[in-house]
Write a protein that binds this ligand. Structure first.
Ligand SMILES: NC(=O)c1ccc[n+]([C@@H]2O[C@H](COP(=O)([O-])OP(=O)(O)OC[C@H]3O[C@@H](n4cnc5c(N)ncnc54)[C@H](O)[C@@H]3O)[C@@H](O)[C@H]2O)c1
Length: 428
């Protein structure tokens, strides 16, 4: 069997390799010619995906990448994994899905299956995508070709999270579409979970991400309240998680990051307006999580103040630029917000991140392009007035940090269990 996977990013690339490993021939399609040629040379551009894994599949003839969408004519199924960001006004940006639909529509043929994986609001697959595919191909969904939605559940940076072992939700435009999609994923994924429609599958993914956003907001709020009472929220969470039922641990931080949690809930907020429905939990969680960088910066200012130093002119090192530990993904990273806020107050800012030696081009933070990670040694780290831990990569030596840095503001409890000096560490 041969399939096409459109969008060879953090979702599409591992999925392509998983299908290839399962014996399915995969044509990877992307509009970025650099990514395509790098993949065809066997080079991974994502830290946690090994070049070796790509090479094995290239050599076996089970994976190739291309920018030519006419290859869709030769495949039994197309899986779409393109970005779904928010526009400047925080509205869903459907342009990537629509453009992909337009690119593949002329090449659709009778019996082909099209599955959307990008996170989005209910109705995207059976309204927006279906219309583009039908008008561009002259074929009818559910009659001439199959259409389904199956959300991605990637956990980047978690070595125990294997694509094949994460159950896959599948909803079809018709029951036949669903069965076709279930059969496709069964080649590569151990457990497939059918739901009644594309919309139910789209809504499932949103529930999962809204659940995270709301629970992170809850512990972020409790962090601030408990800190005012002299209580360490990290200690409280550790204690609460000993309860064997009815509790699930979430952890506070300097603000939301990544492609999903800060963005996806607002896809539902936007769509809910069409039905005159309010999404108050989503809005409140967004408000609390968005306020976190400002709270953290206030803690940095307090920490400097305790050393009789003003923020203006102080040297501040941001430790961790990636939005989460052990990955090189800096999309929506709150560290950018922290850099901006500290710079606004006159601080002389720098960063250290073992996974990001230099800041490349980004959609929203062009002004930081070209900034390089500082060296990791006593002289370099010791030259800062304060080190702010924004992301707790596991390969950072926090004992060395405690030895070298005068003052540390820790938003991740990274220094738990590390010997520190009195007054050296400020939790935030
Ligand atoms: N990254 C995650 O951990 C994660 C987890 C779950 C769900 N998702 C969702 O999966 C989707 C994809 O996310 P991602 O992280 O893989 O994004 P990404 O930016 O890493 O990759 C998207 C890829 O699509 C390509 N692309 C853009 N427009 C295209 C087009 N018109 N035709 C072909 N290719 C095109 C880009 O060049 C890029 O290589 C999003 O909807 C996201 O919300 C992501």
């Amino acid at each position: 069997m041969k399939i096409a996977i459109v969008g060879l990013g953090y979702v599409g690339l591992p999925l392509s390799l998983q299908f290839a490993k399962s014996g399915v021939e995969v044509l990877g399609l992307d509009i970025d010619p650099d990514k395509v040629s790098s993949l065809n040379r066997g080079h991974s551009y994502i830290h946690h995906i090994q070049s070796e894994d790509i090479n094995v599949q290239l050599k076996a003839g089970r994976f190739s990448a291309s920018t030519d969408f006419s290859g869709v004519r030769q495949v039994a199924a197309v899986i779409i994994c393109v970005p779904t960001p928010l526009s400047k006004n925080r509205e869903p940006d459907m342009s990537y899905i629509i453009k992909t639909g337009e690119s593949i529509a002329p090449h659709l043929h009778e019996g082909i299956l099209v599955v959307l994986e990008s996170t989005t609001y209910p109705g995207t697959t059976d309204e927006d995508l279906r219309q583009v595919l039908e008008s561009g191909s002259g074929l009818k969904a559910g009659k001439d070709f199959h259409l389904a939605f199956s959300p991605e559940r990637e956990d980047p940076g978690n070595p125990d999270s294997k694509v094949a072992l994460i159950p896959k939700i599948v909803g079809g435009y018709t029951a036949a579409c669903r069965d076709k999609a279930l059969a496709l994923y069964s080649h590569a994924i151990k457990t497939v979970v059918p739901v009644s429609s594309c919309r139910a599958a789209e809504a499932t993914k949103l529930l999962e991400n809204i659940f995270r956003s709301v629970n992170i907001a809850l512990v972020n709020e409790l962090k601030v309240v408990y800190a005012a009472m002299g209580i360490d929220v990290w200690e409280v969470i550790q204690a609460a998680r000993t309860k064997p039922f009815g509790y699930m641990a979430f952890y506070p931080g300097p603000g939301l990051g990544g492609h999903c949690i800060p963005i996806d809930p607002f896809y539902l907020t936007w769509k809910a307006r069409e039905y005159s429905q309010a999404t108050r939990f989503i809005e409140l969680a967004g408000e609390i999580n968005t306020a976190m960088p400002e709270y953290v910066v206030q803690r940095v200012i307090e920490a400097l103040n305790a050393r009789r130093k003003p923020a203006n002119g102080s040297r501040v090192l941001l430790l961790g630029l990636a939005y989460k530990a052990d990955v090189d993904d800096l999309r929506e990273s709150p560290t950018f917000k922290l850099l901006d806020l500290l710079k606004m107050r006159g601080a002389d800012v720098a960063y250290y991140d073992p996974y990001i030696p230099v800041i490349g081009p980004t959609r929203e933070h062009a002004e930081w392009k070209g900034l390089e990670s500082v060296p990791w040694d006593r002289q370099s780290i010791g030259s800062f007035d304060v080190v702010l831990i924004a992301t707790a990569h596991r390969n950072v030596d926090y004992r060395e940090l405690a030895e070298w840095a005068e003052t540390i503001v820790d938003t991740r409890n990274a220094l738990a269990g590390v010997k520190t000096k009195p007054g050296q560490v400020w939790k935030a």
